[in-house]
Design a protein around this ligand. Structure first.
Ligand SMILES: Cc1ncc(COP(=O)(O)O)c(C=O)c1O
Length: 404
């Protein structure tokens, strides 16, 4: 058995079930703000393509993915991140994967050399839990970059030089889950310069890059930042993209990995052995989903309406900031996040995720403590209802403690 398996923590949703054990929720319709599972309707072409292509289930797909899919991804990458046309080749720079979760995990095992002393994998704190599990099971030691309170981004200047020397892989997540902050080009370029100096690989999880509030200001991506530096070979830079959030298709399991040609070439070989190729009808749906922007704009517009309504209802009762990206609110709680989540569930049947279930305490500081993550994935009316319930819950607390 993998000797590091005992280091894995229960997944946050398992911690949540344990927290709620023995608590009876109020007799109201359950509202789930805990899980980041998009609920918007899938684009209409999805059903039509699946019906049409169902016969393709009779053939084994290739690990490399169809030419049609890789061309759709290449065209999307070039347009979305304003990359130099010759810098992305459909055969050399792109691997389709079955959602980014499996790829983010596998990538760490592919990159990390556990025989090297003090193998380190760096990640933000709080973070998407797969990064930590992947690092531990690869025999590396995670090093957590606490998010700065000022902008909710990892502080790259605070990473000690000896940690950078041992770093083999760094995960970044922008827009970030759970805090929703976006790393700008300058920050990404600072990281690229560090990777040059210390020779580590950057895995940039960009699965929320298409969920942002301002149509005129899409978040910058790692390849875009590299390209702006004139680095059209994307050395040591790899991005992870997904249709789960962009197209509200989490059940389809479709994403891709792209970047540094040398890394992609060997990762493709690695995946030939460990990975599963994407089902052919889903490759067809994915091609169309990367080519169509209308449904993505519609998605953003729905999220915008929900953020506006929920933040309006909660203004003055909860410390909130609308995020630069993602569909999460990362709210400060007036008392312990776990008590907050449990009492809210009991009194209002509204489920939120305690921030400390997504973070690790370091040197006495837990950046997830007294925060909750609230995913605005349900329809607008349900989000409004959730916000009203949360307001009532907070007002009750306020009156109990006689806070004016
Ligand atoms: C930060 C982050 N990365 C990756 C994923 C995985 O997404 P998928 O496997 O659906 O592409 C998620 C899912 O919630 C996520 O929040």
């Amino acid at each position: 058995m993998n000797p590091w398996i005992h280091l894995l923590q229960p997944y946050p949703f398992e911690k949540l079930s344990t927290l709620f054990k023995g608590t009876t929720p109020a007799e109201k319709k359950a509202i789930l703000w805990s899980i980041g599972e998009p609920k918007h309707e899938a684009p209409a072409f999805v059903r039509e393509i699946i019906n049409r292509e169902i016969g393709a289930l009779g053939s084994y797909p290739l690990t490399a993915g169809s030419v049609e899919l890789r061309e759709a991804i290449r065209d999307w990458l070039l347009a979305r991140f304003q990359l130099s046309p010759d810098s992305i080749d459909r055969d050399r720079h792109i691997v389709p994967v079955n959602g980014t979760r499996e790829a983010l995990f596998a990538f760490c095992h592919f990159i990390v050399d556990p025989r090297r002393d003090n193998a380190r994998v760096l990640m933000p704190n709080p973070f998407y839990q797969i990064y930590e599990g992947a690092a531990l099971l690869a025999g590396a030691t995670p090093w957590y970059m606490n998010l700065r309170r000022s902008d909710m981004l990892p502080d790259l200047d605070a990473i000690p030089e000896e940690i950078l020397r041992d770093c083999q892989l760094i995960y970044i997540c922008s827009p970030g889950n759970p805090a929703g902050a976006v790393m700008g080009a300058a920050e990404l370029q600072k990281l690229i310069n560090l990777s040059d100096r210390f020779n580590f690989v950057i895995a940039s999880d960009e699965c929320y890059s298409e969920i942002y509030p301002d149509e005129s200001a899409p978040p910058c991506g790692l390849l875009q930042a590299a390209s702006q530096m004139g680095r059209h070979d994307y050395r040591n830079c790899v991005i992870f993209q997904s249709l789960s959030k962009r197209s509200s298709l989490p059940g389809m399991r479709s994403g891709f990995v792209a970047g540094d040609e040398e890394i992609i070439k060997k990762f493709k070989l690695y995946r030939t052995y460990h990975g599963c190729a994407m089902s052919p009808p889903f490759q067809k749906v994915s091609s169309q989903s990367w080519r169509d922007e209308d449904h993505v704009k519609e998605n953003r517009s729905l999220y915008r309406q929900k953020f506006e309504s929920v933040c309006r209802i909660l203004s003055g009762v909860l410390d909130l900031k609308q995020p630069d990206g993602t569909f999460y609110l990362w709210a400060q709680t007036p008392f312990a996040d776990t008590d907050f989540a449990r009492m809210l569930y009991a009194e209002q049947n509204l489920t939120v995720l305690p921030g400390s279930f997504l973070s690790r305490k370091l040197n006495g500081v837990d950046p997830g403590r007294d925060r909750v993550r609230m995913a605005l994935v349900a329809p607008l009316s349900e989000c409004v209802e959730g916000a009203e319930r949360l307001k009532e819950f907070l007002e009750k607390r306020r009156s109990e403690s006689n806070v004016p």
